[in-house]
Design a protein around this ligand. Structure first.
Ligand SMILES: Nc1ncnc2c1ncn2[C@@H]1O[C@H](COP(=O)(O)OP(=O)(O)O)[C@@H](O)[C@H]1O
Ligand SMILES: [Mg+2]
Length: 235
């Protein structure tokens, strides 16, 4: 469970988040809104890269304020970035290993967790391929595999579907739906693909210029005329 209370972020004259309130309780939650709405900023606050001027966030009732990004990882928080961070010179396995070295409880745990994560994203057969030889979809899968290491409690994904074709999006959808049950982690998903959001997210938060536009069961949120107006032409 991720709780957000009167959260305000200020960058000079810009307020990417303005008195935001809400609680993600469903196993898979959507976070949507037009470009510049503040979605990535919210992930940055949750993961500890941006300090709010006001308000607080909590993961499963643990207050995150004052914890460094590393401490938040230890608390079970994981995220991906809009720009993926796969290292070209490392193999698929080594990219995941680099994370496991930091957070797995033991070497044996690391080996088991890496094998499980690679298997889950269906890249076992590509484990020894260098990052630079992986295609966009495979690189996205490596990024997701990295979040599955070390018993995550919540995983925040920043546009994992961007640039994927239809069949890749279908594969992504199938995997995302299994994460809460298979890995015991809550998922928060940012994406511009309303069909993907509608098919995997039980509840969805809509941001617009840093403010909460709508929040609730995904279908009713996506059908909300106020939401549709904010998205005119993009969904
Ligand atoms: N580090 C920063 N410094 C100044 N402005 C920023 C910074 N990060 C984001 N912003 C601004 O905050 C707003 C929200 O950005 P962002 O959270 O990236 O939106 P989204 O992910 O919804 O597209 C935008 O107006 C953006 O230009
Ligand atoms: Mg963004």
């Amino acid at each position: 469970m991720i709780k957000i209370e009167s959260l305000t972020v200020q960058f000079g004259g810009v307020r990417p988040l303005d008195a935001l309130e809400g609680e993600f309780t469903a196993p898979i939650c959507g976070l949507i809104g037009p470009n510049g709405a503040g979605k990535t900023t919210l992930l940055n606050v949750l993961s500890g890269f941006v300090t709010p001027v006001k308000g607080s966030v909590a993961l499963n009732d643990i207050a995150l304020r004052g914890l460094s990004p590393t401490r938040r990882v230890a608390a079970g928080l994981r995220r991906t970035f809009q720009q993926e961070l796969v290292v070209d010179e490392l193999t698929a396995r080594e990219n995941i290993q680099a994370i496991a070295d930091h957070i797995s409880a033991s070497r044996q745990d690391a080996r088991d967790e890496i094998a499980r994560a690679l298997g889950f994203v269906e890249l076992t057969g590509r484990a020894d391929v260098l990052g630079r030889q992986l295609n966009l979809y495979e690189r996205r899968m490596i990024e997701i595999a990295k979040t599955l290491i070390g018993r995550p409690k919540a995983i925040l994904l920043d546009e994992p579907g961007a640039g994927l074709n239809e069949s890749e999006t279908d594969r992504l959808r199938r995997l995302l739906m299994q994460i809460p049950e298979r890995f015991g982690a809550q998922l928060v998903l940012i994406d511009h693909d309303a069909d993907l959001i509608a098919s995997v997210c039980i509840e969805t938060m809509v941001l617009d210029f840093g403010k909460l536009l709508a929040f609730g069961p995904t279908r009713s949120v996506l059908d909300d005329p106020v939401v549709r107006r904010a998205y005119l032409g993009t969904m």
